[in-house]
Write a protein that binds this ligand. Structure first.
Ligand SMILES: Cc1cc2nc3c(=O)[nH]c(=O)nc-3n(C[C@H](O)[C@H](O)[C@H](O)COP(=O)(O)OP(=O)(O)OC[C@H]3O[C@@H](n4cnc5c(N)ncnc54)[C@H](O)[C@@H]3O)c2cc1C
Length: 392
């Protein structure tokens, strides 16, 4: 018989969702452990662009949608945590840019002004005066400052995991197995080379794309469905690139900007422009060479004064893992589903991790699950390593 241990909550997945939840639960007094099968943050979280949205991007195509309402309070909650007086301590998380911008690009200035002048969004973004506009955007289109900001997602994962290291264990790939007894489950899993039995009040699946397999293992009667949205992201790096943080609109207002640029640093201490938006969504049907060429053409058209020779270009294929939504579109909010002792969650955006924490705690409270079980699993000897951004 494998040794048996107990705890209040077992979390699967060490991306932003699982790590945020681990910090929230332990702050509330719950005993919780987190199981990761690979690198912390190495799924979507470290490869995200790190934009903490206030939702205006999602209001582009008309009135405020569900997504923009759910997200509007997120920049404030994140800032409170980063300043050290929020629900969890993120004072070690680096902010890459306090500002995020929306730029009309060369051809759509009047449309963007009309949008930001409209009743639904008036006062939510500020027009940037031309003397404050970065040089490479001057003389073309209009620029608005959004309530959004950008964090370094690697430092976020470090800040979330460092204080919790003793509660985070590496499990062997595909080793988890649930044993069902009268509506409750025990978990058999291989931790650091040893098969152990874990007994918890709740098992929370925060494993992104890995949720699908876990849902199958838990044998739920009404399993939630998942969807993936593929992206072909591009990075371009070089010492000569100025830092830029902005959405560039396409030909008009649409659900997704033509290009989303964030700026990061690489191991060679160069600037890395990380390129998403429509470029990455439409790029999934292109080869790496075609996608690189599309990115070059777009950047040359937008920034004709910059020299894009002698830079390093890379393409990166990654899926967004989300709950399934009608017609395969973007889900509006974080999602939680539960059945018996299993809770399945997807934040759908890094930004919405705080909402997901609220949802899980509300569900535990509703089910009468209070902190109380003694955590008998010994502290982890070596927690899983951190993921790295793909350009490193
Ligand atoms: C290219 C890109 C850019 C993005 N940019 C932004 C942005 O700017 N702003 C924003 O708000 N959102 C952004 N997002 C969305 C955001 O990154 C995701 O919604 C968020 O990171 C999901 O976090 P997660 O913890 O659910 O999943 P993940 O980060 O994918 O983590 C899941 C973890 O679970 C682990 N795992 C899988 N199976 C198991 C198992 N059986 N047992 C244990 N562990 C397991 C994986 O190894 C992984 O570490 C972006 C997404 C992508 C792909």
């Amino acid at each position: 018989m494998p040794p048996s241990y107990s705890t209040d909550i077992v979390i699967f997945g060490g991306g932003v969702a699982g790590l945020w939840l681990l910090n929230r639960l332990t702050a509330e007094g719950y005993q919780a452990i987190l199981l990761e099968r690979d690198r912390l943050g190495g799924g979507q979280s470290i490869n995200s662009q790190g934009i903490i949205h206030g939702g205006l991007k999602y209001a582009l195509h008309g009135a405020f949608s569900g997504a923009s309402r759910a997200i509007a309070d997120m920049p404030r909650r994140w800032r409170d945590c980063i300043e050290g007086h929020g629900e969890i301590d993120l004072s070690a998380c680096r902010v890459l840019s306090e500002q995020y911008y929306m730029w009309s690009g060369p051809g759509f200035g009047s449309g963007l002004k009309t949008f930001f002048g409209s009743k639904a969004v008036a006062g939510k973004a500020n027009l940037v005066a031309s003397e404050e506009t970065p040089e490479i955007l001057r003389g073309s289109g209009v620029l608005y400052r959004l309530p959004d900001f950008v964090i370094d997602s690697l430092s976020l994962i470090e800040a979330l995991s460092a204080p919790q290291k003793h509660r985070i264990s590496t499990i062997a790939n595909d080793s988890e197995q649930f044993v069902r007894r009268k509506g409750k489950r025990d978990l058999l899993v291989e931790i650091e080379g040893n098969l152990v039995e874990l007994k918890a009040n709740r098992y929370v699946f925060c494993a992104g794309q890995g949720n699908e397999r876990l849902i199958g293992q838990a044998n739920l009667d009404n399993p939630p469905s998942c969807q993936t949205r593929p992206l072909k992201m591009v990075s371009v790096s070089g010492a000569s690139l100025p830092p830029l943080f902005l959405h560039v609109l396409g030909k008009g207002l649409s659900a997704s900007p033509a290009l989303t640029i964030t700026s990061h640093g690489n191991a060679e201490e160069e600037t890395v422009w990380y390129l998403g938006g429509d470029l990455a969504e439409k790029g999934v049907s292109r080869s790496d060479e075609e996608q690189e060429e599309s990115a070059k053409q777009l950047l040359r058209r937008l920034f004709p004064m910059l020299n894009f020779e002698n830079l390093t270009w890379r393409c990166f294929d990654i899926d967004r893992a989300e709950p399934a939504s009608a017609r395969g579109g973007r889900p509006d909010n974080a999602l939680i589903c539960d059945e018996e002792d299993i809770i399945v969650v997807w934040p759908t955006k890094l930004t919405l991790a705080p909402v997901l924490g609220d949802m899980v705690i509300a569900r535990l409270t509703k089910d009468g699950i209070r902190p109380g079980t003694e955590n008998t699993l010994p502290a982890t000897a070596a927690s899983p390593p951190l993921g790295r951004p793909f350009w490193d």
